[in-house]
Design a binder for this molecule. Structure first.
Ligand SMILES: [Zn+2]
Ligand SMILES: [Zn+2]
Length: 188
């Protein structure tokens, strides 16, 4: 069984969103991506004072309960995520690790009291998923504002960047992926 990429809904998540994430991850890696049954709300990561969910705790949990042979696993949730040093994050990932998580909360125009736009949410979700996958493959933030590895601190950053890696990040991503696939094949 070759190593797998999984998309894992954490609580109830729109199917079109999960499909969009799976599709984007599959396009960029040429690997099979499967959607797992929902894992339940990440209540264990809830911080009552902040009213938000600690992304680090979610990553840890994903790592502990992902299926055998997981190459990468991406949690998808509607709840608002944070890391202690920041007010919020659109997503988070273990650098060069297996686990990542993204939140649709602040990718939805409704969060900004703007009109509903399912296509826009999907576009933002795909960019965020690819960005976190990039971290999972060891990529750091890019200085090119149009590159998907540019760090989004505001939704405008996400909207400005493309749903693609710049040339340098793409080459690095490919190289890391080939290396990982080679190691997986030669592993006994
Ligand atoms: Zn990042
Ligand atoms: Zn780049």
């Amino acid at each position: 069984m070759p190593e797998q990429i999984y998309v894992c809904p954490l609580g109830s998540v729109d199917e079109a969103i999960l499909d969009g994430v799976a599709q984007r991850l599959s396009e960029s890696t040429k690997m099979t991506v499967s959607i797992l049954p929902p894992m339940g709300d990440p209540s264990y990561a809830y911080d009552r004072k902040r009213g938000q969910y600690n992304s680090k705790k979610i990553l840890k949990r994903l790592g502990a309960c992902c299926p055998r042979g997981t190459f990468k696993i991406m949690g998808v949730t509607v709840v608002d995520l944070y890391v202690p040093i920041l007010t919020f994050v659109f997503g988070a990932a273990q650098m060069s690790g297996r686990c990542a998580v993204i939140s649709t909360r602040r990718l939805d125009p409704l969060f900004y009291q703007e009109t509903k736009d399912r296509l826009l949410v999907l576009e933002r979700v795909k960019k965020t998923a690819l960005h976190e996958l990039g971290h999972g493959m060891g990529l750091v933030h890019c200085r090119d504002r149009r590159c998907v590895m540019f760090s989004s601190t505001r939704i405008e950053d996400t909207d400005f960047k493309r749903s693609e890696f710049c040339y340098t990040c793409r080459e690095l991503f490919r190289w890391q992926l080939e290396k990982a696939q080679y190691l997986a094949k030669t592993k006994v």
